[in-house]
Design a protein around this ligand. Structure first.
Ligand code: G6P
Ligand code: FE2
Length: 187
């Protein structure tokens, strides 16, 4: 009997472009990110139609045990002093985790646990990020090029944006980066 061979879809590692299977795409514009950036006046002055990030994901089955695969493409930019970032979320099913893989650009993954403790992981091509359950996550683009990261997550995880509607406990600006650089120097 001949083996059955199916050509899988593809991700282009350098760009994060997905191909070979139907996609769902969602673009988030500055106007959608009310109350996300600290400097509200600066946010109001920005063009609301400006695209901040786009998520491409394969249109695959959902349900208990199923996994989604998607790529977030986050543009470079700032609102006031704060770098462009995703809205960020806890999973609606809090125990569910997720894996991110850095593909291109220079960014930070902001993680916040249920007690409000935050930490940052540098995102760069080849970085692998294990996002444990019960951990909110947000991507931040600190570079001057597009930041792209691949994500794999349980389809049942869902998104809870309301738990963080007051914002994450840490904000990343150019000053934050200077402080981080000093910390690295001082060991
Ligand atoms: O949902 P946001 O916080 O806007 O982040 C954008 C997207 O980032 C990643 O790709 C996640 O896996 C998606 O589930 C999420 O929707
Ligand atoms: Fe997630």
């Amino acid at each position: 009997m001949n083996p059955s061979i199916t050509m899988p879809p593809q991700v282009a590692w350098a760009s994060g472009a997905l191909s070979g299977a139907p996609l769902i795409q969602k673009t988030t514009h500055l106007g959608d990110l009310n109350n996300v950036f600290a400097d509200d006046d600066a946010w109001r002055c920005c063009d609301p139609t400006l695209a901040v990030y786009r998520v491409d994901m394969f249109d695959t089955p959902s349900g208990e045990g199923e996994l989604y695969t998607g790529v977030t493409h986050l543009n470079p930019g700032r609102v006031g002093n704060e770098f462009f970032m995703t809205r960020g979320h806890f999973h609606a099913r809090r125990e569910q985790g997720e894996i991110y893989f850095g593909l291109r650009g220079e960014g930070l993954l902001l993680l916040q646990d249920a007690q409000g403790q935050t930490r940052l992981e540098p995102v760069r091509p080849g970085s692998v990020h294990h996002i444990a359950g019960f951990t909110a996550h947000r991507l931040i683009n600190i570079g001057s090029d597009m930041l792209s990261a691949l994500a794999v997550w349980p389809s049942v995880a869902g998104h809870d944006y309301t738990a963080l509607s007051g914002g994450f406990a840490l904000r990343v600006t150019a000053d934050t980066l200077k402080l981080m650089a000093k910390e690295v120097q001082n060991g």
